[in-house]
Design a protein around this ligand. Structure first.
Ligand SMILES: Cc1ncc(COP(=O)(O)O)c(C=O)c1O
Length: 363
């Protein structure tokens, strides 16, 4: 079976370094906070070209914390793409803010036109998700935010290392967030996340908030919360960060092969904007009869994924919003989406097999 994701294989390739990193943390008992977290925060900041990186418990917390830090008016509306993982929207509701869904464009990224159509006097912020590792149109989103005086958050959970005109995502907003969930391009061996910003004042506030609002131990300036990256995860991430660019290059190579060699009228390939570096976290195609295609791939020994099977506005969880999104591209096309395997775990013959099998699909 060609796996959709193979974290064991990745581990075995860097086992020596990972085992040593974990051992060092245990040896020093630097389990929460401490030098391993600090080192990773500095390394990741340098990688992104961003001054402040604050490790947190996971990518969902990261968005929640980012929204909290922006101090948006209670009950104001935050624009969220209709096609993303639910975490992006959950973080809005959990801050006492209102989710307002917006549609995607042909790249499956948040659509700037839909953003503008959905702005009301009660809108306070936009969350741009760089879905699948493809950067959202931050130039247009930035211009809209300026025009309507809105805050912008980038959800970079799927886009570590992605770039717009040679600048890493995370640099195009007031505050940006990352997830280090194991399956991400840069994944820990458990949950992890980060909030990043060039705003030093905001960064200081966030750092205190995620550590019980404290200045120093037992001296608390305000009530915060507990959401911290732990030492073992940070040490693992420091090792994996060194390989991230190589892995992204490999993803780009595989995507290029797919884009060049998959030629099947029943398959619609993903579209890519110029002047970006795609992180290719996911390679999402469109196919009419998804269930049949997935079954066919499985029979031929290839695992696939779906990102995401049901657009957020159609979920029971968001019925209460009563937002009619039936004309959204995101809501009409969710049932056609299928993700092909992509990642450094794929061997050349596996890539060729995937291409061959997809090309032989007859519907
Ligand atoms: C787009 C997006 N946002 C947020 C998250 C939440 O991250 P986490 O699972 O680390 O909480 C994820 C990943 O799961 C995601 O894909």
């Amino acid at each position: 079976m060609i796996k959709f994701l193979d974290l064991k294989k990745q581990y075995l390739e860097i086992k020596k370094e990972i085992d040593k990193a974990i051992f060092n943390v245990i040896e020093e008992s630097a389990f929460v906070g401490g030098k391993f977290v600090k080192n990773f925060e500095e390394d990741f900041g340098e990688y992104l070209g961003i001054r402040n990186v604050i490790g947190v418990g996971n990518g969902t917390d990261a968005i929640e914390v980012a929204l909290w830090a922006l101090d948006l008016p209670k009950n104001s509306e935050v624009l969220v793409p209709a096609n993303t993982f639910i975490a992006t929207a959950e973080a809005v509701s959990r801050n006492g803010l209102k989710v307002k869904f917006v549609d995607c464009n042909k790249y499956y990224q948040i659509n700037p036109e839909s953003i503008e159509e959905n702005i009301t006097p009660n809108t306070s912020a936009i969350i741009a998700v760089h879905l699948y590792g493809h950067p959202a149109n931050m130039k247009k989103i930035g211009a809209i935010a300026k025009k309507y005086n809105l805050k912008v958050i980038e959800d970079c959970a799927q886009a570590h290392g992605a770039e717009i005109e040679n600048v890493k995502v995370g640099n195009f907003s007031d505050v940006a967030t990352f997830s280090f969930y194991p399956g991400k391009n840069l994944g820990a061996y458990g949950d992890g996340g980060a909030v990043v910003t060039n705003d030093d004042v905001l960064a200081k506030k966030i750092r205190m908030y995620v550590n019980h609002g404290r200045d120093t131990k037992y001296v608390h300036a305000f009530e915060g919360r507990n959401s911290r990256l732990d030492g073992i995860q940070a040490a693992i991430l420091s090792v994996k960060l060194k390989y991230l660019d190589k892995w992204i290059e490999r993803r780009n190579y595989i995507a290029k092969e797919y884009l060049k060699k998959i030629k099947n009228p029943l398959i619609e390939l993903p579209k890519v904007v110029n002047n970006i570096r795609h992180a290719w976290h996911l390679f999402v195609i469109k196919v009419e009869n998804r269930e049949k295609f997935i079954e066919y791939m499985k029979k031929n020994g290839i695992q696939t994924g779906i990102h995401y099977p049901i657009a957020l506005p159609k979920l029971k969880a968001y019925k209460y919003l009563n937002q009619d999104c039936s004309n959204f591209k995101a809501c009409r096309e969710d049932r056609f989406l299928v993700s092909l395997p992509i990642g450094e775990h794929l061997k050349e013959e596996e890539i060729n097999k995937i291409i061959k099998v997809v090309n032989s699909y007859k519907g």
